[in-house]
Write a protein that binds this ligand. Structure first.
Ligand SMILES: [Zn+2]
Length: 241
């Protein structure tokens, strides 16, 4: 009998402490006292935070990027592919952030401000990956063609995405594979100054007739976007871990 009274008293005291703490908002401490595994809630909350992918359309606004022989601007091709890629990634369940969604840009007509703003957008979005989309050009129309992918080489998952994309683009057989390159030999601001793991794709040479025809076509753009989106999906979980 005495034991039962002591137990009831202990239970009542625990209840009062729990209610007091609960009213103070310390739910984790209440759960700990009550023996409930508080980590469960933490893990659950993390599962609900979507992985954020920043898609950066190269150039835009004052900066046309390189120009194809027929006068097509690089900035228009990069935007079209980024929007197509973003639509696919969103449909898979990722959170997609664009550095721009039209030819209107949020930075000044200054290259340094331009690049710094793109990197800042990724940082402010607490992004997980940053993918920059570009087209190449050869200065003397020397017949150079092919795609190439740039990475910093310090992030395993970016390397996996790059590797998957390289084989997927090769299987499309629209141009040559110029390989995966690191920015150690070719520094790139949006990769080297990014706090978010980053990658930059040069999908082809606008100065090459065949490359230009493919990357400018609706069908080509859709396929390039699809391969990029799949390369991300195969390597990146939908939720932050
Ligand atoms: Zn470019």
């Amino acid at each position: 009998m005495k034991k039962r009274i002591v137990s009831l008293f202990a239970l009542a005291i625990t209840g009062v402490v729990c209610l007091t703490l609960y009213s103070l908002g310390d739910i984790h401490l209440v759960m700990e006292i009550m023996g409930i595994e508080q980590y469960e809630e933490t893990i659950h909350a993390k599962e609900d935070i979507k992985t954020t992918i920043v898609l950066d359309s190269g150039h835009g606004g004052y900066d046309t990027g390189c120009i194809a022989n027929d006068g097509t601007y690089e900035k228009d091709i990069t935007l079209a592919i980024a929007l197509k890629t973003g639509a696919l990634l969103s449909s898979y369940g990722y959170h997609v952030v664009y550095t721009r969604t039209s030819d209107e840009v949020s930075w000044s007509n200054n290259n340094k401000d331009d690049l710094a703003t793109r990197v800042a957008i990724a940082q402010e979005a607490d992004a997980d990956y940053y993918i920059s989309i570009h087209m190449n050009a050869s200065e003397n129309n020397d017949g150079a063609n092919g795609f190439e992918i740039y990475v910093k080489g310090n992030n395993e998952r970016i390397l996996q995405i790059a590797s998957r994309l390289e084989s997927s683009l090769t299987s499309l057989a629209y141009t040559n594979d110029r390989g995966i390159k690191t920015t150690a030999s070719s520094p790139l601001y949006v990769i080297d100054n990014n706090t978010v793991p980053a990658m930059l794709i040069e999908y082809g040479f606008l100065t090459d007739q065949n490359d230009a025809a493919y990357v400018c076509s609706e069908d080509g753009q859709q396929k390039l976007a699809q391969q990029l989106a799949i390369s991300i999906q195969k390597n990146v979980p939908l939720s932050k871990s």
